[in-house]
Design a protein around this ligand. Sequence first.
Ligand SMILES: [Zn+2]
Length: 215
Amino acid sequence: MLLPDAREAIVTTCQELSRAGLVVGTAGNVSVREGDLVAVTPSGVRYPGLAPELVGVHRLDGSAVEAPLAPTSELPLHLAIYAARPEVNAVVHTHSPAATAVSTLVNEVPTVHYYAAMFGGPVLVAPYATYGTEELARNVVRALHDRTACLMGSHGAVAIGPDLGTAHDKSVYLEWLCDVYLRASSAGTPRLLSPAQIAAVAEKLAGYGQQPPVA
Ligand SMILES: [Zn+2]
């Protein structure tokens, strides 16, 4: 079996996302790039029944190498990100409730907390386009410019990273940030951090080797 570790890690990650409520049913999808190959979740398989051999392996042009099932309909999105971002080796796409709710409200996630800095700056919302289309893939790649996550308007969220663990963590932090914004804005008008305040945290994080802040 090709890419056994990546396929196993994708199964584990999908099941964690499902347990944490970041995806529902068969929604969301996860991929890992290794060299010229991409392991990616299949279309329409519920996560409790997902197994490493059901995770397909495709080339960067989308053609199947070892894939018993059709790939996720968002394969073009994953491939467009890998084409645009050579440093990225993992993509996590969720329909997590807070991120999806915020994607219907704003064009940029308000900087209610300094965690905004861990994504490279304020997280942008990619304009809506039909799922699975090249147009959606293009919108997401644009919103991810200089960032490690974005929201997808009226759809969900995408987090990326040099490895799957990092991309998964970012999707969890992004959901938390969006949840804080929803709670704060439902109780009043949240105070936002300035670009200078976010930049100062980004500088500190860079010193920590991009690890999440512990303070
Ligand atoms: Zn989706």
